[in-house]
Design a protein around this ligand. Structure first.
Ligand SMILES: Nc1ncnc2c1ncn2[C@@H]1O[C@H](COP(=O)(O)OP(=O)(O)OP(=O)(O)O)[C@@H](O)[C@H]1O
Ligand SMILES: [Mg+2]
Length: 299
């Protein structure tokens, strides 16, 4: 069953229809990358899932339960890290989580164990300072700990890595990877390399609908091109190939690429075998997310 299912969601602000029949299926225990440019409607979608915004039409279910605007029953299943998380900056990380535990009705003993577990997960276990001295990355990590406090079935993070440097981004991505066993992760982003690193599933949001969505591996297979890359043991062997097949493009090292529309793989391999050329690798190239994104955005 899908942990989150959205069907035909419409949302209009004034005369601008931001969501125009959006469909989204987020499988349980996936790490789902929700990709879209600035202003494409990522935050709007997430706030509608949280019942904080009212969709004009459409249906949303979380773990099979219908989301109803203004009623937050399904939010007991969701942990949410907003795009700009707010904290009481005079508190320490553990004080803040303890406070969150109290207001959400957690039992003291249970919350103490959970807080210790979470602070260690997000690397803030030995952090004595008040939140006001935290870096952006530390705040995002604390925000994830807060969102995970009540063991949600669905963790929604709105652009958790966008404002961070590469080290901070890696820390967040590692945490999201680590919690996959316990929950389902939906995160929005426009940083494609982050998606490529950890996501099992993706959806591209464009013009108010998801243009391409599903298992990342399946999408890549579907949009696989006709380019191959080969690598020889020596550069003289590579030269033999490029002399025989002039449309082969030389790359870095002893690598070169060719397109199946120029030469068939079997022609190239026969040539290689006849000459006894040492091949280290030959592979069909998968499209990068960047390629897929360009395909979707039509640029
Ligand atoms: N409360 C609102 N009133 C009017 N327009 C709004 C409101 N909230 C969002 N919008 C508009 O809806 C569109 C989508 O906004 P949204 O914040 O969902 O995009 P986003 O994909 O999250 O963008 P970003 O990457 O910048 O966070 C934008 O054009 C925005 O200006
Ligand atoms: Mg946003």
């Amino acid at each position: 069953m899908d942990m989150l299912h959205i069907s035909d969601l419409h949302k209009r602000f004034g005369d601008r229809e931001v969501l125009r029949g959006l469909n989204l299926s987020v499988p349980e225990h996936s790490i789902y990358g929700f990709i879209g440019k600035n202003g494409s409607g990522k935050t709007t979608t997430m706030k509608t899932v949280l019942g904080l915004l009212k969709g004009d039409s459409g249906k949303i279910t979380v773990n099979g339960e219908r989301v109803v605007y203004g009623q937050t029953a399904t939010n007991r299943l969701i942990g949410y890290l907003p795009d700009v998380p707010e904290f009481y900056s005079f508190m320490t990380a553990s004080e803040f989580l303890r406070f969150c535990g109290e207001i959400t009705g957690m039992k003291r003993k249970e919350s103490e164990t959970r807080i210790e577990e979470l602070l260690s997960l997000v690397g803030l276990g030995c952090e004595p300072h008040r939140i006001k001295g935290f870096s952006r990355g530390m705040k995002q990590r604390l925000g994830i700990a807060q969102a995970l406090l009540n063991r949600p079935k669905l963790l929604i993070c709105d652009e958790p890595t966008s404002a961070l440097d590469p080290v901070g981004r890696k820390e967040i991505l590692d945490i999201l990877l680590a919690v996959r066993e316990q929950t389902t992760v939906l995160f929005s982003t426009h940083v494609l390399s982050d998606v490529e690193r950890i996501c099992t599933d993706v959806a591209f949001l464009k013009d108010g609908v998801t243009d391409m969505q599903g298992r990342l591996s399946e999408i890549k297979t579907k949009y696989r091109g006709k380019d191959y890359r080969l690598e020889t043991e020596t550069d003289s062997e590579l030269r033999l190939i490029t002399q025989a097949f002039p449309h082969v493009t030389i790359g870095e090292g002893n690598r070169a690429t060719f397109c199946e529309s120029d030469y068939t793989v079997s022609d190239v391999l026969h040539f290689v075998a006849d000459r006894g050329i040492g091949i280290l690798k030959i592979e069909r190239l998968e499209p990068t997310l960047e390629d897929l994104f360009m395909e979707v955005t039509g640029r």
